[in-house]
Design a protein around this ligand. Structure first.
Ligand SMILES: *C/C=C(C)/C=C/C=C(C)/C=C/C1=C(C)CCCC1(C)C
Length: 231
């Protein structure tokens, strides 16, 4: 008879996977059930927030199991999750800024840059894992990340937000902070986890924390902007 892998009581990394999974599920239920109380402009944004946490919940289900069984990083599931959810976050930016005249071109630019960021990060974490590989690919990924930061803080997106003013501008500012501070948590986990002396425990706890901030707190922020705007 096979039994489900038990989780050791001192496995705090496993605990963060477990709690992360529950939190993603709960957040998805919340976003899906509340979306219909908003008008069309916000409904899509909240739907996308729910899709982001739902996709993450499914991946956390697998990652939790993978960690409990192997006690190694579930790198593959992690990056599949990111490759699906990060573009959806770029769509969120676009939806927020659409009122200010954002173009699809801006959205595709950000999706492309985030794809470069994630694919090169995957190379460093899972493919070229020896010698200077992780550092070099991490650096390339970091450059793509800073391009995104630049684009939303100082490029086209910020000009659109400034010209719109009001609620759009303040929502955009908060999104900017999520990308500058929230997204910056990931490279910390990466650089603590890679290489011979790297700690998969640190990497996964930090990634799980970052996902909590950038998927759940991010979605709650969009929801509260929608509530304020609907009052
Ligand atoms: C929901 C998932 C999100 C928002 C994931 C974001 C991931 C990143 C911002 C990852 C960035 C990385 C670098 C900037 C350098 C090192 C490699 C990465 C991929 C961890």
């Amino acid at each position: 008879m096979t039994v489900a892998p038990a989780m050791a009581t001192d496995d705090y990394v496993g605990f963060t996977f477990f709690v992360g999974c529950m939190a993603m599920m709960a957040a998805s239920a919340f976003f899906f059930l509340s979306m219909n109380s908003f008008d069309n402009k916000w409904k899509t944004s909240i739907l996308v927030s729910g899709l982001i946490t739902f996709i993450a919940a499914v991946h956390y289900w697998y990652m939790r199991d993978y960690w409990a069984t192997n006690a190694t990083s579930p790198t593959f599931f992690r990056y599949v999750d990111w490759v699906l959810t990060v573009p959806l976050m770029c769509v969120e930016f676009y939806l927020i800024l659409k009122a200010a005249g954002a173009t699809k071109q801006l959205m595709w630019k950000m999706i492309f840059a985030s794809a470069v960021m994630l694919v090169t990060g995957y190379f460093g974490e899972a493919v070229y894992t020896t010698g200077s590989g992780p550092a070099v690919w991490g650096l390339v990924s970091g450059i793509a990340y800073f391009y995104i930061v630049y684009e939303i803080w100082m490029g086209g997106a910020s000009k659109l937000a400034a010209s719109a003013g009001g609620a759009v501008q303040s929502a955009h500012k908060t999104l900017c902070w999520f990308v500058l501070v929230g997204w910056a948590i990931y490279p910390i986990g990466y650089f603590l986890g890679i290489g011979d002396g790297g700690s998969p425990e640190a990497l996964n706890v930090i990634y799980n924390l970052a996902d909590f901030v950038n998927k759940i707190a991010f979605g709650v922020f969009i929801w509260s902007a929608a509530v304020q705007d609907s009052e």
